[in-house]
Design a binder for this molecule. Sequence first.
Ligand SMILES: Nc1ncnc2c1ncn2[C@@H]1O[C@H](COP(=O)(O)OP(=O)(O)OP(=O)(O)O)[C@@H](O)[C@H]1O
Ligand SMILES: [Mg+2]
Length: 434
Amino acid sequence: MDAEERREESVALVVIVVLAVLALASLLVALGYYCYIRSKVSQRRKAFKNEAREEGDHEEAAVAGGGEVEVVVAAGKGGGGVQLFAYKQLHAATGGFGKGNVVGHGSFGSVYRGALPDGRKVAVKLMDSGGKQGEEEFKMEVELLTRLRSAYLLGLIGYCSEGGHRLLVYEYMASGSLQEHLYPTGGGSYGGVSKLDWETRMKIALEAAKGLEYLHEEVNPPVIHRDFKSSNILLDKNFRAKVSDFGLAKFGSEKAGGHVSTRVLGTQGYVAPEYALTGHLTTKSDVYSYGVVLLELLTGRIPVDMNRPPGEGVLVSWALPRLTDREKVAQIMDPAMEGQYSLKEAVQVAAIAAMCVQPEADYRPLMADVVQSLVPLVKHKSTAKIGGGSSLHAPKSPATPVYKNSRDITNDGAPELHNSHDHGSVRTGIKSEL
Ligand SMILES: Nc1ncnc2c1ncn2[C@@H]1O[C@H](COP(=O)(O)OP(=O)(O)OP(=O)(O)O)[C@@H](O)[C@H]1O
Ligand SMILES: [Mg+2]
């Protein structure tokens, strides 16, 4: 081998070595790049999982204890789309919480009529004197209404929990509460004549019963409303009824026997005797309260009215012995509905009310039974008929509502403003610890 050949051989060797080194280097670079990409991907996956978990927690509407309520449900993302509002948004929506926009007052605070920027009409409930009870009610209302959805329960559109402000934003119920319609000028023995006709009352009774049936039988664990009453049955412009106010609600115990509370809450006149006396709370306590509302619908009397003659002040005690006697049923019926129902129908509804308000909780019916019994009594119609009190032979009310109340539709189609101070004396019950 001459020198020329040896030189070529060593050049080839060098080239081979250089190429091998280059190949190894690029392999190492490729491997490094691959590892880098892998770690990036796993980081992103981890972050995504955490986000999803947090979102899930929010959708569960976990309510943190302490000062600020941390129920965060993004608009349109689960939780039925319950929105989180800023205080200033609701301030703007209600015209600065103007007196003219007040539609009612309750133990939680005032309720204002408002409009969202997208045009939706809303009712904004502003908690006034918070306290522990107010805070608990706020949390329970948001938690429950975020999870529950039924055509027979008032819809929660959103809420605000900013600093010390606590506000709830609901769908607007243009016709107000059943209580206002049963006792148009303040209720009690001197109250005005209700213009709610029999058919509308039965339809409201059925829809409210369906609301409770949903809570008791379609939700697991069952929900006990604990404050079912005529002011918590709200009516839309077509007098469709929805059950509202879940601040006092409790999850029913799976165990037989229910809860035993040391604190009895509710509204005077509506609270079941076993719950008032022993704190024993079950879904049958709501059935009792429902029976009281049915009695209000039948008789047009408020649950407790101490201005009535002796023996007539407490609606249940006065009505119960009369509910199973045909002749007496005719005597206790609201005179405003005369001529609008058959005695047979009245006796049937009276029998349902009697079962609901009986002192022995176990013998009260399930709300599903109540619904079944009421269905045949409700005639199907597209809109509610609201007419004046009629005589026995008076024609039925016209199909178009003729009823004028303080929430009547104004020229621009918006419900007129209304101040429930007018009805202040109607409130039979001061929600209280009994
Ligand atoms: N979503 C709503 N749409 C229209 N009006 C409403 C709405 N919610 C409440 N209101 C009106 O505000 C009034 C007060 O309601 P609120 O629930 O605060 O108190 P209440 O039910 O009368 O009494 P309590 O606080 O003792 O339960 C109701 O009677 C009703 O007239
Ligand atoms: Mg209410």
